[in-house]
Write a protein that binds this ligand. Structure first.
Ligand SMILES: [Zn+2]
Length: 208
């Protein structure tokens, strides 16, 4: 049975506003809030250079991000950098933050494991879920994974065996479980690690 087509916003990378350069960089190695705060304080989040022109990036501002369903934080600061010569603005997100979902990936995974959509890993916590939010999460993870599989194949990621076993009509959730089961992504952080991977291969392409 083919999965429903993914909604367009899942398949079309975010475009910067017209006339605005820059975008989002994901610091994939940042798994936790303590590490995030340490990097903010020490200034070690600064990319080595502007991704567009390679020149030095200056801190532009720190913007608060609300985190729902998080036991140890309700809000974290996100740093934006500006390249003065070319005008590009880059925000650097820690890998654990689910960019469009107002949560950490851990909180999203916890909700989807409790709903039976993902397999438990022992790293989840209890979250209070609004039924409408959960339905939205489940629908996104139940959408076709074809665009994500194309991104993996186009980047020559060594996942052909996994994709073949899953078949062309698998859902995004099945793809995550398949990759985690094959050891391609860390099981405990399967949503976070896959979302970071996909963003690296096709910036702006969303897992959910
Ligand atoms: Zn630049």
């Amino acid at each position: 049975m083919p999965s429903p087509a993914a909604p367009a916003y899942l398949s079309i990378p975010d475009a910067a506003k017209p006339g605005q350069k820059g975008g989002t960089l994901v610091a994939e190695h940042v798994d936790g809030i303590c590490e995030h705060r340490r990097l903010l304080e020490s200034g070690d989040y600064r990319p080595s250079g502007c991704p567009l022109c390679g020149r030095f990036l200056h801190i532009l501002d720190l913007r608060p991000r609300k985190l729902r369903d998080q036991p140890d934080s309700a809000e974290e600061l996100i740093c934006r950098y500006r390249c003065r010569p070319c005008g590009a603005v880059w925000q650097v997100l820690p890998g654990f933050l689910a960019r469009h979902l107002h949560r950490t990936w851990g909180a999203v995974q916890s909700a989807l494991v409790a709903a039976g959509t993902l397999e438990p890993t022992g790293s989840e916590w209890r979250v209070r879920r609004k039924p409408s939010t959960l339905r939205r999460f489940m629908a996104r993870l139940g959408a076709s994974a074809v665009v994500l599989m194309q991104a993996l194949l186009a980047a020559k990621a060594p996942v052909e065996g996994v994709l073949e076993a899953l078949g062309a009509w698998c859902t995004r959730g099945e793809l995550v479980e398949g990759l985690a089961g094959a050891g391609q992504i860390e099981k405990k952080r399967k949503l976070q690690k896959f979302a970071g991977w996909i963003h690296r291969l096709a910036p702006g392409l969303r897992l959910m």
